[in-house]
Design a protein around this ligand. Structure first.
Ligand code: ADP
Length: 497
């Protein structure tokens, strides 16, 4: 295993409040574990209610002071672009942090996670400059216009699987719109957020505008969501937690966007480019070791291609490089936490006990003490089986055959989730027909996981509320004010009448 070193300020980390490292009011700490060998690489504070209060009050003070919320979009954009440049400059170090924290293969952490984060700041900087209002011509004796305003303090709560990207989608857009932020990252993978906190301050984000408190969801997350000075909640995580937070936010009449679980179908028609469909199928379910709400864990394949696809998967998967995430050739790293690996193992066992056939994989591997799990393919699964209906969140693919386009659509739409879906076909009309019929927030044709900060994503059904990315996200991070200025009649005109 290649030895990587963690920046010293992350090893015994503190919160980041009011532009500086801030110790917790409590003594309890949370170990951060490298899933590639299960060694403790850092610790962060298990934040307290008092810590959250301090962070929200810093954010509220900063919002009211106006040094961020009231400056022009162009000035905010300049800061966001500096942050993007710093992310690119420190990309190798940040990718290492993300790789050690989450177990991500280093090549993906660099090319996908860090690069997407930088692109998101760049894109948000462009949107910051377009927060215009409009003059409305009305019959009123008035000059009437609208203006877009930031909301106030945004509470951002993020999950363990894409710590950097999913934090960035919230932070970059919230900042672009002029909001201030209190961010609680996942307790298991908080390190990239701590790394970025310093970058934001150095780039010129004023003190108190971005605040970071580490700790457990139930202990401090709920307090953050219900804090009286929070104006909006931005959440990514499980559907269960999302539904709970929506209830809490609703009680306080607080808007919430929530990007939740997914269980996407990847539909391969017999007219697909088969080689490409196999590669797409593999990357759709092994990317990020399957811990990817937009992954494709359900393969629906037209019957003529079923056997050839199963044979190709069984032949290819054992050769996909699995192991030490610090090696540039690694494609499948360890699962992020032991709890997650236990869930995956138990889902696979349950499916096999219920009659599924294991085509390949199925085993946990303990290379170097790391939390690995073989890429696994299950067939002979009933559509109502838990392995098909519920998200396993690991490198596990279920395979079902279909005969007609209508049947494929019905199977694809048959789960409670609706985040993403994929269609592999060379028939352009079919691609449009099926994309139109799929109940999903994002549909990929002849690809998987092509993402861009300009393209909104978010779920339908139990996959969530609202959209992140694109101008759509700016809508939900701002509000519209109408200003109507009564105009006195022209006295000269009146006199001449
Ligand atoms: P997962 O661990 O499957 O990604 P969770 O929904 O459990 O999904 O966690 C996502 C984020 O939500 C984490 O930051 C976690 O600490 C936080 N969280 C979990 N439970 C709560 C809760 N009851 N209130 C607020 N935040 C929570």
């Amino acid at each position: 295993m290649v030895a990587m070193t963690l920046p010293s300020h992350l090893q015994h980390a503190q919160h980041w409040i009011d532009g500086r490292e801030t110790p917790s009011s409590g003594a309890q700490r949370i170990d951060v574990i490298n899933p590639a060998n299960q060694s403790v690489i850092a610790s962060t504070p298990a934040g307290t209610i008092a810590d959250v209060d301090a962070a929200v009050s810093a954010a509220q003070r900063a919002f009211r002071a106006g040094s961020w919320s009231r400056i022009s979009g162009r000035e905010r954009a300049a800061v966001l672009l500096r942050a993007a440049a710093a992310l690119r400059q420190q990309a190798d170090q940040l990718a290492q942090v993300e790789s050690m924290d989450v177990g991500k293969p280093i090549s993906f952490a660099t090319a996908v996670d860090v690069n997407t984060a930088a692109e998101t700041y760049e894109y948000a900087a462009a949107l910051a400059q377009q927060l215009d209002g409009a003059v409305r011509r009305t019959p009123l004796p008035a000059h009437a216009y609208t203006q877009r305003e930031p909301l106030g303090v945004v509470a951002a709560i993020t999950p363990f699987n894409f710590p950097l990207i999913l934090s960035t989608t919230k932070i970059a857009f919230a900042l672009a719109a002029g909001n201030t932020i209190v961010h609680k990252p996942a307790e298991d993978t908080p390190l990239s957020a701590l790394f970025v906190a310093r970058i934001l301050t150095e780039a010129g984000v004023p003190d108190g505008v971005y605040n970071l408190v580490t700790g457990y969801g139930r202990e401090i997350g709920e307090h953050l969501v219900t804090h009286p000075d929070v104006a909006k909640v931005a959440f990514t995580g499980s559907s269960t937690t999302g539904a709970h937070l929506a209830e809490l936010a609703g009680r306080h009449l607080r808007p919430l966007t929530a990007e939740l679980g997914g269980n996407a179908a990847n539909i391969v028609f017999a007219d697909a480019d088969v080689e490409q469909a196999i590669q797409t199928t593999i990357s759709a379910f092994v990317f990020n070791t399957g811990q990817f709400c937009m992954g494709g864990p359900r393969l629906l394949v037209q019957r003529d291609l079923l056997e050839p696809m199963l044979e190709a998967l069984a032949a290819a998967l054992p050769h996909v490089p699995l192991g030490d995430p610090s090696q540039p050739e690694t494609v499948i790293g360890p699962v992020a936490t032991s709890r997650q690996r236990e869930k995956i193992a138990s889902a696979v066992k349950q499916a096999v006990d219920a009659g599924a056939t294991l085509v390949t994989g199925g085993q946990a591997l303990d290379l170097d003490g790391g939390l690995y799990f073989q890429p696994t393919v299950l067939t002979g699964v009933d559509n109502s089986a838990e392995a098909v209906q519920e998200e396993i969140f690991g490198p596990v693919l279920t395979v079902q055959a279909f005969d007609t386009e209508a049947e494929a659509i019905e199977l694809a739409n048959s789960t409670r989730y609706g985040l993403a879906a994929g269609v592999q076909t060379t028939d352009i009309s079919r691609a449009h027909r099926v994309a139109d019929a799929l109940e999903a927030g994002i549909v990929w044709v002849n690809s998987w996981a092509m993402l861009d900060p300009a393209m909104p994503f978010g779920g339908v059904k139990d996959s969530g509320w609202g959209r992140e990315n694109g101008p759509e996200q700016m809508e939900s991070y701002t509000r519209t004010k109408s200003v109507i200025i009564a105009l006195a009649p022209d006295p000269e005109a009146e006199a001449s009448n």
